[in-house]
Design a protein around this ligand. Structure first.
Ligand code: C2E
Ligand code: CA
Ligand code: CA
Length: 731
């Protein structure tokens, strides 16, 4: 801030014009502004409008003399401080001079005045005036600084009483500056209302003053006039005079409400999932550790539930991510709801604003502070049940969650069904350590999914063993795929027409000989390969080997016209962008015509990505290959869906064949399937035929083609060659 330079003004009062002009010329070297007044009245009116450093005044003037003028000037608050020097040619007696001083003169000069003396006196007064102005300007400047400061500033006496408060300080605390003056600082400090607050002389602030140290508090509250606690930070510093003695302190403080709010928001963002408002992974872990510690102290039980939505990916893929997000929100709400309602109460359906509102309210009111629902990411949720009396209580909660998620979710224009799988691990039964508990719940979740989804499973130590085995098997399978022929081989199983006895097809079945575990069933490792994402690579190898073998048999003249190579194909193999061209390239490499290949696709896999799969099957079929629906009857395809699929034949699943002759209903179903297949123009082949009775039943009801141990088990390549050769010689 700049203090404006001040130019001093002098007023000369004399009734004689020649005196005025003489004085004016005398003062011209003084760098002052000179004002001339020819009467007392004129002088008074000048003083109303100007701020004079000095008045030089003649005593003898008509109408109003100098003394009278001076005393009027002295009466005015604004002008009383102006120094006045009287000048007179007459009456030098001391009484007269005394009267002059009484009326406010600071000096008295007798005419004719010695100009050097006069000028040196004038310079003294001008210097004084200049100091005075500087001082006032500085005072104003500091006042302005204090008042413009955004921080609150308080000056306190050694006894802790407030002597000064700036405007911001008063505003923050809800007082006027006046009201604050005289208050004790303790009235503002948080905690001051509590008994244990020490006397001022024992307070930390006071003691810091005594040590001559500033004292900082970063995060506290100050009491406002309305007794509201205002988040604040302050610095307090002692004030000392020149002698170094303590004369009080100054406190500079700031309202940090906004910062606190931002911090709170950030904290929430760091701990909560923005989509569902549930706790996030970080908070879940903190809470889990706390809950375990509490259970340990209490010698009680607690549980972790991991929940995963079955086939959630399909919803995202088919209905879009927005709908997927809405579904997650709806699920989150229902899970929370299940935790707070008695078991008998049904979960509310979506789309009912009134109910949802009441749910939200109830959650606020009732959610046990000790339970926590978190979204760990994607469609994965976690629930911590603190303080359960026995592990089975977790099953009750899981059952409630399954129940609450069963009704369809109404999302925009869709009714969406979704089921969860839940894995449960309890403390201390499964583990007493957070990370292991989560792993255990995850293993149980995996088990729940394997059990057919929409169910819950408790962690059992066997599961852990199974999980470890699975991990090992995955590593070994990866290795097997690298060394291929050393561990992997193909078996071949004939498909036969019962009536003619002709070979109609040869199904290729993969075999894995594990170096330590021996032969491993494909039903066990193929799903593993699918999950690991190596199925298409594995499938390519199988196709390549099988086509080579099949072509060698053809060239050796071992196969009749029309015998087909039946290849199992995984949906993972089909959904790849280049699946069609890859298969065609393999056939071309071995010179195998498309119409000699029959692709078997398991019915179960059809529900995932049906659209892409249908499209690929159509392309393959258009190129001449035939398509069979494997394991028909065990999956989800409904009768009204099946005629839309690009398929040529159905493979009646083993479980039906197994029960032939044992269950009348089963036999009736088989008959229905056979006649339906014929009506729709599909070929039908029964698999897993083990007995003569089964074969006879099938033949009697019109299913001629069969495959199974009754005819031949799957054979190695060499055995199959021998079989084909013996068939040839027998003809
Ligand atoms: P799938 O395609 O339904 O194959 C029929 C399964 O039944 C084969 O089991 C076969 O060995 C077995 N089987 C044949 N006749 C009989 C019988 O009379 N009685 C009984 N109980 N079983 C019989 P496998 O070879 O263990 O294959 C199991 C499943 O693994 C297959 O079921 C198929 O889904 C899958 N798989 C096998 N090889 C391949 C392959 O190369 N690629 C793909 N994608 N999947 C394959
Ligand atoms: Ca098959
Ligand atoms: Ca089958």
């Amino acid at each position: 801030m700049i203090i404006k330079p001040h130019s001093s003004k002098i007023l000369v009062v004399d009734d004689k014009a020649e005196n005025l002009y003489a004085m004016e010329s005398l003062l011209k070297d003084c760098e002052v502004e000179v004002f001339l007044a020819q009467s007392g009245n004129a002088a008074l009116s000048f003083t109303l409008h100007h701020d004079f450093a000095l008045i030089l005044m003649d005593v003898q003037m008509p109408e109003m003399d100098g003394f009278e003028t001076a005393s009027l000037i002295r009466q005015d608050e604004e002008t009383r401080q102006i120094p006045i020097i009287f000048m007179t040619a007459l009456n030098t007696d001391s009484r007269y001079i005394f009267q002059g001083y009484q009326s406010g003169a600071v000096d008295y000069l007798i005419k004719p005045v010695d100009s050097d003396i006069l000028l040196s006196k004038i310079r003294v007064f001008l210097a004084l005036d200049s100091y005075q102005h500087e001082l006032t300007a500085m005072k104003r400047q500091y006042q302005l600084l204090l008042n413009c400061a955004g921080e609150g500033i308080l000056g306190v006496s050694p006894s802790g009483h407030i002597q000064f408060a700036n405007a911001a300080g008063a505003r923050i605390l809800g007082y006027t500056e006046q009201q604050l003056r005289g208050c004790h600082l303790h009235r503002l400090l948080f905690g001051a209302q509590e008994q244990e607050l020490p006397h001022w002389e024992q307070s930390t602030i006071y003691m810091a003053y005594q040590d001559g140290q500033p004292y900082r508090v970063h995060d506290t509250r100050l009491w406002s006039r309305e007794q509201q606690a205002i988040p604040a930070e302050y610095t307090s510093a002692p004030l000392k005079d020149e002698a170094g003695s303590f004369v009080g302190g100054v406190i500079v403080f700031q309202d940090i409400s906004l910062r606190k709010q931002t911090e709170q928001k950030l904290l929430e963002l760091a701990q909560y999932d923005p989509l569902t408002g549930l706790a996030n992974r970080a908070l879940f872990h903190d809470f889990l550790n706390l809950s375990i510690a509490r259970a340990r102290r209490r010698k009680g039980n607690m549980a972790v539930l991991l929940l995963d939505l079955d086939h959630f990916k399909d919803i995202n893929d088919t209905l879009g991510h927005d709908t997927g997000d809405k579904l997650l929100q709806s699920v989150a709400q229902r899970i929370q709801y299940s935790l707070v309602t008695p078991q008998t109460e049904a979960a509310p359906l979506d789309g009912n604003a009134h109910l949802l509102k009441s749910v939200a309210q109830r959650l606020k009111d009732n959610l046990r502070r000790s339970d926590l629902v978190a979204r760990l990411g994607g469609d994965e949720f976690a629930i911590v049940l603190d303080d359960i009396s026995q592990p089975q209580d977790a099953a009750v909660v899981a059952q409630k969650i399954l129940g609450s998620l069963a009704p369809p979710h109404q999302l925009d224009n869709y009714q969406v069904f979704i089921s969860p799988s839940i894995g449960i691990a309890t403390y201390p039964a499964c583990s007493d350590e957070a990370e292991e508990l989560v792993k255990a719940a995850d293993t149980a979740l995996y088990q729940a999914k394997a059990q057919g989804r929409n169910n819950y499973q408790f962690y059992a130590p066997d599961m852990h063993r199974a999980a470890m085995e699975r991990i090992r098997l995955e590593q070994d399978l990866r290795h097997a795929l690298r060394v291929k022929e050393q561990q992997l081989s193909l078996h071949y199983q004939p498909q036969v027409n019962l009536t003619t006895g002709n070979l109609v097809g040869i199904e290729v079945l993969l075999r894995w000989r594990h170096p330590e575990m021996g032969m491993i069933n494909p039903a066990r490792f193929i799903p593993l390969a699918e999950r690991m994402g190596i199925m298409s690579e594995l499938g390519e190898w199988i196709f390549d080997q099988a086509c080579g073998q099949f072509q060698r048999w053809c060239q050796a003249g071992l196969l009749d016209e029309g015998v087909m190579l039946a290849l199992n194909i995984s949906s993972r193999q089909l959904t790849r962008d280049d699946s069609v061209s890859t298969i065609q390239a393999i056939l071309a490499r071995h010179g195998l015509p498309e119409h000699s290949v029959n692709l078997e696709l398991t019915e179960n896999t059809l529900k995932d990505e049906l659209e892409v799969i249908t499209q690929r099957l159509e392309q393959l079929r258009a190129s001449g290959m035939r398509i069979a629906l494997d394991d028909f009857g065990t999956g989800y395809s409904s009768f009204n869906q099946i005629h839309c699929l690009p398929i040529d034949s159905l493979k009646l699943a083993q479980p039906f064949v197994n029960k032939i002759g044992q269950d009348a209903k089963n036999d009736a179903v088989i008959k229905t399937i056979i006649s339906m297949a014929h009506t729709l123009g599909f070929d039908l082949i029964a698999e897993g035929v083990e007995t003569r009775e089964q074969a006879a039943f099938l033949q009697e009801h019109g299913c001629d083609c069969v495959q199974g141990f009754f005819i031949h088990p799957p054979l190695s390549g060499a055995m199959m060659t021998r079989l084909l050769q013996s068939r040839r010689t027998n003809k």
